[in-house]
Design a protein. Structure first.
Length: 420
């Protein structure tokens, strides 16, 4: 049952209101009366009131001041106030709303309209209370999630969970940083704003990528200042988007370690034969699709067996490491460099014709020839070179480069031979 506080300095007016409530709605409302603003404030201190019917013209404290006191108190500020007054001028009506009244009725009022207004405002308060409960419940559900959960309109965050606040050390992160996408670190293999053109929305690009594969992002951890990996998911949520970020830093590190073990040579830290075959196939497909030529180099350290026999395998390994560094520091990032096995290495040179490839091979040959290897001195390499041709496959390219390499060996070593 809802409790209605009726405040009026005229006893007859209060008597009339009590009679109306008792006659029509005794099962829904109970009435509490006060004959002054002061008395009303005292009642509010000790009783729970759901709605106030407040007269404007009263001695001592008028209705306006009484409303101000009520709405300034944390305990009573949400109680709806409906003004009842015989004054009908525009200034009175305006002041009623200015001081915080939710409604206004002039005396004499229509009884049916009065109860319709009371029900409307009580229902409004109840609906607001339900919404607040639902809002808190939804927030509690979000906060129960260990992963980051964000509701976004695509440009700013509308709702976040505690995990987001804890990661970024903000009490109210959404007001500090308006979009989570601004924190995506740009690095190969991860989604970031570099994928998004000026005319595009980042969330649209992300959704398209998620249709084809899992997507990862990198963000800096405020505590450790290290980069954390997150598996990001997004879906349309009404007119907004629901975004989740699951921290997979440990799994990602393990995955990278396993990938490195699987695809990189343990001694020289360049691609191994397994990874080379994968990249080789992609390069051939690209050449077929875009008619973009590439050169293939196979190189072998001259008399490397003698190095191992005379200086031992540890120094032999140092030679392989140093030679790898020489080549890596003198090729492009787009070039593919791999260890073929033993003292043999291969290079794929994209978008290079035969003449340019020969210049590169001789440049590398001279760089190696001029280098002083610790305790060993000078070492040379022989090179076999070929160019991709239509209908080529991995085996046919390697076979030509291998023949060219043997030609370089037969020609006296430390040479570049070509088989086109």
């Amino acid at each position: 049952m809802k409790r209605i506080l009726c405040v009026d300095d005229i006893q007859a007016n209060l008597f009339t209101l009590e009679a109306l409530f008792e006659t029509n709605y005794s099962d829904k409302y109970s009435v509490v009366t006060a004959m002054s603003g002061k008395e009303a404030l005292e009642i509010l201190l000790f009783q729970k009131i759901d709605l106030i019917l407040l007269d404007v013209m009263m001695p001592d404290i008028d209705g306006y001041e009484t409303a101000k006191f009520i709405l300034s108190n944390k305990k009573t500020k949400d109680i709806p106030i409906v003004f009842l007054t015989a004054k009908k001028d525009q200034d009175t009506v305006s002041r009623c709303y200015e001081v915080g009244g939710v409604d206004y009725l002039s005396k004499p009022y229509n009884e049916q309209e009065l109860f319709v207004r009371i029900k409307f405002h009580l229902d409004l308060i109840e609906n607001k209370r339900v919404l607040e409960i639902e809002k808190k419940l939804s927030q509690d559900i979000l906060d129960m999630q260990d992963n980051m959960v964000i509701v976004s309109d695509g440009s700013k965050m509308i709702k976040i969970n505690r995990t987001v606040n804890e990661f970024f050390k903000f009490k109210d992160f959404k007001n500090e940083k308006y979009c989570i996408c601004k924190h995506f670190v740009e690095e190969e293999g991860y989604f970031h704003l570099g994928f998004v053109e000026k005319t595009q929305q980042w969330i649209d690009i992300l959704l398209k990528m998620l249709e084809k594969k899992d997507v990862l992002v990198l963000m800096k951890n405020i505590d450790t200042l290290e980069l954390n990996s997150f598996d990001i998911k997004a879906k349309k949520f009404g007119k907004d988007f629901l975004i989740t970020l699951t921290d997979i830093t440990s799994f990602d590190a393990e995955s990278k370690y396993n990938e490195h073990e699987a695809y990189y040579d343990s001694l020289t830290n360049i691609y191994n034969r397994t990874k080379l075959n994968d990249l080789f196939s992609k390069q051939i497909q690209k050449a077929k699709t875009y008619h973009n030529p590439f050169a293939f180099l196979m190189l072998d350290i001259d008399y490397f067996k003698a190095v191992n026999d005379n200086y031992g395998h540890l120094l032999g390994d140092e030679v392989l490491i140093d030679m790898t560094k020489i080549i890596k520091s003198n090729i492009r990032e787009s070039d593919i460099f791999a260890r073929w096995g033993g003292e043999e290495f291969v290079l794929i040179l994209p978008s290079v014709d035969l003449k340019k490839a020969e210049e590169i091979a001789n440049y590398l040959r001279i760089k190696i020839q001029e280098y002083d290897f610790a305790e060993i001195g000078k070492i040379t390499c022989s090179f076999g070179l070929t160019l991709y041709k239509d209908e080529d496959c991995i085996d046919s390219i390697i076979k030509r480069a291998d023949v060219a390499l043997y030609d370089a060996k037969d020609a006296g070593r430390n040479k570049v031979c070509i088989l086109s």
